[in-house]
Design a protein around this ligand. Structure first.
Ligand SMILES: [Zn+2]
Length: 518
């Protein structure tokens, strides 16, 4: 059976409806306390003797699309307790319904708080207007600030990192509770002293995940000497990649020598030549694979089985009968090249125009042939003079060397092969970095010492020395389940909130929104 609807169901708990009216400004409901008595705020005794009445005006949640105001017929009571210093007091309501000096009901305050958290001041105020919530921009921010104290459960595992208020200018510090997956504090700078002061107040913290080196290591060591520090795995991986890139940079002179004339820039070939070139590279690859297997002592029969090539082909390769040379094909332009060169030298560089003139010379080919020739000629001039081959940048080489053969084009494979055979120290460095990554991924702490021994005399020695200096924290990074990965995620969230505030957010407001919003 359904209960009958009572008007008091519309107003907050503990009030009874006296009267309801409607005017241009919205609904007006007059209420009074349902209780006959009230407790004295000073001594707590229950008082019944009414001194006087007054009207208290409150904003409440809108109703049926109209703003709703409440008028409370509130009472003042006498306190009759002999030892109480308070003679008269205004009646109090349940704090979960209405705060003592509140101008809004708690349920409205709650909505405003969350609107402010989600959208910030101005956007929240304009949405509030549409929702018929009587609240200004300033009020929204004030409510968010008031609720957003730094209340959090004392953490035991935290992540600490810096974040940019403004890139390269001003940085703050973010601290996350890694167990509860929450941001718990924003500090206004990234000074070790600031972090140290915060950490000292949380002596129960047992694990601190932080980036490698930097001030947070020092701050943690001073504030929480007993806590385990964990170097951040994400940063470690990033540092490892950077170390390899640095190794490539340092080796660029040898790399250029190794690549030398071995490369043909595919951009300088015609489409047809490029297809041929790829075929040539493919054959070279096959040859290398077969020769490699033979060198390892694999029998011809076995090579045929593993590679799927015919016995005949394998035999020819092993006898050195298939080492062909890549040649640029003779083209239909061959006859006209001297004439074209002369035109080009005279300043005629437009492919279409050249083709029209060439036709009067008896050329029967199509426009594309001439246009491609002109385009190639232009590119060749850009690649200063006769340099047909050019070494890619250090970054590109580092990428080629690490992404795996399957994702490389044939010409890239040729480049990598040239570098690998010409600069063997880089191959060693790559393998050292790969081992480091594998060690982190597989949590193989036992490999750390042998890895250090191998890495310290290599091209990535400075990275190895860095790991050495931060030995304990890196060991913890390998074994500990904690990492700053989620702190990175929280920083992303923080940046989003910061951007919504158009860069004008003060730290307390930012903190209230980031921490309160979870
Ligand atoms: Zn009292």
């Amino acid at each position: 059976m359904r209960d009958a609807f009572r008007p008091s169901a519309l107003v907050p708990r503990g009030f009874a409806v006296d009267d309801a009216a409607c005017d241009a400004a919205g609904l007006l409901i007059t209420v009074r306390a349902a209780n006959k008595t009230s407790a004295c705020p000073e001594c707590g005794s229950i008082c019944t003797r009414v001194h006087s009445r007054y009207r208290r005006r409150l904003a409440d949640l809108p109703m049926a699309g109209k703003p709703l105001r409440l008028v409370v017929l509130a009472r003042r009571f006498h306190c009759d307790a002999t030892l109480c210093g308070r003679r008269i007091f205004a009646e109090r309501f349940d704090a979960a319904v209405l705060a003592p000096w509140g101008r809004r009901t708690a349920r409205l305050d709650h909505i405003i708080h969350h609107l402010g958290l989600a959208l910030g001041g101005r956007p929240a105020a304009s949405l509030a207007r549409r929702l018929r919530l009587p609240v200004s921009n300033d009020t929204l921010l004030r409510v968010v600030r008031r609720h957003g104290g730094s209340r959090f459960l004392p953490p035991t595992v935290i992540g600490i990192d810096d974040w940019a208020w403004r890139r390269n200018q001003r940085y703050g510090t973010i601290i996350c509770d890694l167990e509860r997956r929450k941001t718990i504090a924003l500090l206004p700078d990234r000074e070790p002293a600031t972090a140290q002061a915060w950490l000292s107040d949380q002596p129960q913290i047992a694990v601190v995940a932080r980036d490698r080196g930097g001030g947070y290591a020092v701050a943690t060591a001073k504030a929480l000497p007993q806590a385990t520090q964990v170097a951040d795995r994400w940063h470690l991986m990033e540092n490892a990649s950077r170390a390899f890139l640095d190794a490539v940079r340092k080796s660029m002179r040898q790399i250029r020598a190794a690549i030398g004339a071995a490369t043909i820039d595919p951009d300088l070939l015609t489409a047809a030549e490029r297809i041929q070139y790829e075929g040539y590279l493919h054959r070279e690859d096959t040859n290398a694979a077969i020769l490699g297997l033979a060198k390892d002592g694999v029998t011809i029969k076995e090579i045929v089985r593993r590679t799927g090539h015919s016995r005949n082909l394998v035999r020819r390769v092993l006898r050195g009968q298939r080492s062909d040379v890549f040649r640029v094909r003779e083209s239909s332009l061959e006859l006209y090249l001297p004439w074209l060169d002369a035109q080009w030298a005279a300043g005629q560089c437009n492919g279409a125009e050249l083709w029209r003139r060439l036709k009067t010379q008896g050329f029967r080919g199509c426009l594309r042939v001439v246009a491609e020739w002109a385009a190639r000629r232009r590119r060749a001039e850009q690649v200063d003079g006769n340099a047909l081959s050019r070494a890619p940048s250090a970054r590109t080489i580092a990428r080629f060397m690490t992404i795996g053969r399957d994702s490389l084009s044939k010409s890239e494979t040729v480049t990598v092969a040239a570098v690998e055979s010409g600069v063997p120290q880089l191959v060693e460095a790559r393998s050292i970095i790969a081992d480091f990554r594998a060690m982190i991924r597989k949590k193989a702490l036992a490999n750390l010492e042998p890895w250090l021994a191998r890495a310290r005399p290599s091209l990535v020695a400075s990275f190895a020395n860095g790991v050495m200096k931060d030995h304990a924290a890196v060991s913890a990074a390998i074994t500990s389940p904690w990492s700053n990965g989620q702190t990175e995620g929280q920083i992303t969230k923080l940046k989003l909130v910061k951007r919504q505030m158009y860069g004008r957010g003060k730290i307390d407001l930012l903190q209230a929104r980031v921490i309160g919003a979870v």
